[in-house]
Design a protein around this ligand. Structure first.
Ligand code: FES
Length: 576
């Protein structure tokens, strides 16, 4: 039993010497020694293991390692499953279910006799979903990420998850790669369990968790199959018990300073645009004021130091061996770009954790004065085409397209795009701007990762490698290209995106943060008058219906309106 005399939350279940206490102890304590629930901390291990989410395929073993640490520190571990989200398989898109999982996590924590929780996070949406759910309860919580898979190996070189799929796909369409090689690359890309090995959304969100102070040092980057990943899980088990004893709740970690750090670190690692939406949603749950504009204001002058795909050359395994996130944190702290006093789950500040962090390979983690990209943050665009904002990731875009004016080639939805992009008679050239509608939170529904829509094959064959693309969709963190994303309000809400027609001139000016539809106000008013909402693409019942009715726009985090906020962990009523 812990020497601490505090009465923990779980004692309201297990500490009673009456009929209710009998019921709680007798059923849950099966197979455990009598008296095990003697007031010591009870630790939930929230597990997103699933064979349908193979990036999290090693989580049963990870959970066992967490349990070792919990027992060792005098706690009682109780593992529980929640829905897992396999990014590559879920239809219509995993993002549709992020909020559903967050709700399941929140209610699982609150309804059960849990004093603290270890969140086993991996594949893209599992990380924000679990943090959002725990934040709405505000109990001590610690993130253990699954870690990235090993480097892909193909024909003598390293290949990156997702990033090289997009590249190979364009190469096949351009006639530069055979279909046989394309099929062979498939098994060479995913060589172990773990998350995508580029700085895609999963790695970005693992970095975000550590940047927010929720992970132990190196949590984000130790490869999934590295023995040190399991040692980290063991230490996490030890630490969460202490966090309960200290009452280190999420609200003590998830401060405004923590979110500012996360935004800056996203720029430094060349992180995914998806982090914008997820951090806005997490901030909304814990009650920290954070806006889309903060991303530009705070991230604008942050150099990208990490040379990882999709912005650069290397992979997550290389990042760990080069020194990992603590080395990047140290560089930013030393240049005044991080709030070094922000607290983390191991009881030390960001500064204390990274003060002596070494960099072993300056090709992978560049010196501050020799960055990969001078201004690596995510740019927030505004204008009459995106009154509430849109985002672009300059480090993954083409410098020559950062200021561009071109004629719109409009696709009304993803089916329209797929049907016509291959048409050799499509009226498009390399200066055109591809516009995709009805892929936003309500329109898809779930805001699919289709914003990096592939280029017309006839232009690929002519050697075109990038074009300006604009949509209300998201983009996979593994993807690249001059893609303007998250246009808000979305087309399905009658946003200006819905009014764009073939041939309209569009002006993109990233340095000025402008996105303008060059059509006069009178004409736009006429089109708005004639606009009608699109027909429903999913049944008006079930979860999707609830989602469409309540989801907020991208610039607000795309959370469900009734889930925003922290509802605490108190449940006064007994169950019997
Ligand atoms: Fe699971 Fe990329 S598909 S992390």
């Amino acid at each position: 039993m812990s020497g601490n005399q505090r009465t923990y939350r779980s004692a309201h279940w297990f500490g009673k010497r009456d009929k209710d206490g009998f019921i709680h102890r007798s059923w849950v304590g099966r197979g455990m020694p009598e008296g095990i629930f003697d007031g010591r901390p009870v630790i939930g291990i929230c597990n997103t293991w699933s064979e349908l989410a193979p990036c999290n395929g090693h989580f049963r073993e990870l959970a066992e390692r967490v349990k070792r640490g919990v027992w060792e520190s005098g706690g009682v571990p109780l593992e529980f499953p929640v829905m897992s989200l396999g990014e590559t398989s879920l239809r219509p898109t995993a993002m549709l279910f992020r909020n559903l999982v967050s709700m399941e996590v929140e209610e699982s924590i609150r309804a059960n006799p849990i004093d603290g929780v270890v969140l086993l996070c991996g594949c893209d949406k599992t990380t924000p979903a679990l943090i959002m759910g725990a934040a709405s309860c505000d109990i001590p919580a610690l993130v253990v990420s699954g870690g990235p898979m090993l480097n892909g190996k193909f024909q003598g070189r390293d290949i990156g998850s997702g990033t090289d799929v997009w590249r190979f796909n364009e190469d096949v369409k351009a006639g530069k790669m055979s279909e046989r090689d394309f099929m062979q690359a498939e098994s060479c890309m995913s060589r172990s369990t773990g998350t995508c090995n580029v700085m895609g959304t999963a790695s970005t969100m693992a970095v975000m968790a550590d940047a927010l102070g929720l992970g132990l040092p190196h949590n984000a980057e130790i490869p999934a199959v590295d023995s040190r990943r399991f040692a980290l899980a063991h230490v996490a088990g030890r630490r969460i018990v202490k966090m309960v004893e200290e009452d280190t709740r999420l609200s003590r970690i998830l401060t405004r300073a923590a979110f500012e750090n996360a935004i800056r670190l996203n720029g430094a690692v060349g992180g995914s645009t998806n982090a914008v939406i997820h951090l806005l949603a997490i901030a909304g749950r814990i009650g920290v004021p954070l806006t889309l504009q903060d991303w530009d204001d705070l991230g604008r002058d942050v150099p990208t130091l990490v040379d990882l795909m999709p912005s650069g050359r290397f992979l997550m395994e290389d990042f760990y061996y080069a020194g990992g996130l603590p080395a990047v944190m140290r560089s930013l702290v030393e240049h005044g770009l991080l709030n070094g006093h922000a607290m983390t789950v191991n009881g030390l500040t960001i500064s204390e954790n990274c003060r002596e962090a070494p960099t072993w390979n300056t090709d992978v983690i560049r010196p501050f004065d020799r960055p990969l990209v001078a201004s690596g943050g995510i740019a927030v665009l505004r204008g009459n085409l995106a009154p509430c904002g849109a985002v672009i990731k300059p480090s993954a875009a083409s410098p020559q397209l950062m200021q561009h004016r071109g004629r719109a080639v409009v696709f009304e939805n993803i089916e329209d795009y797929k049907a016509r992009i291959v048409d050799p008679d499509l009226d498009v050239d390399e200066r055109s701007v591809l516009v995709l509608k009805h892929c936003g939170p309500k329109g898809y529904p779930g805001m699919a990762e289709v914003g990096n829509m592939g280029l017309p094959p006839k232009l690929l064959r002519a050697g075109v490698t990038d074009m300006v693309r604009i949509s209300d969709a998201r983009m996979s963190g593994t993807a690249y290209g001059t893609a303007v994303l998250h246009v808000s309000p979305e087309a399905a809400m009658g946003g200006a995106l819905a009014l764009v027609e073939d041939g309209d001139l569009i002006e993109l000016d990233v340095p000025a943060r402008q996105l303008q539809l060059l059509v006069c106000d009178e004409e736009l008013a006429r089109r708005r008058e004639a606009w009608r909402p699109p027909a429903a693409v999913v049944p008006r019942s079930g979860y999707a219906s609830l989602y469409i009715e309540h989801v907020s726009q991208a610039h607000q985090g795309a959370d469900l309106d009734f889930l925003v906020g922290c509802r605490g962990h108190s449940v006064p009523r007994e169950s019997h």
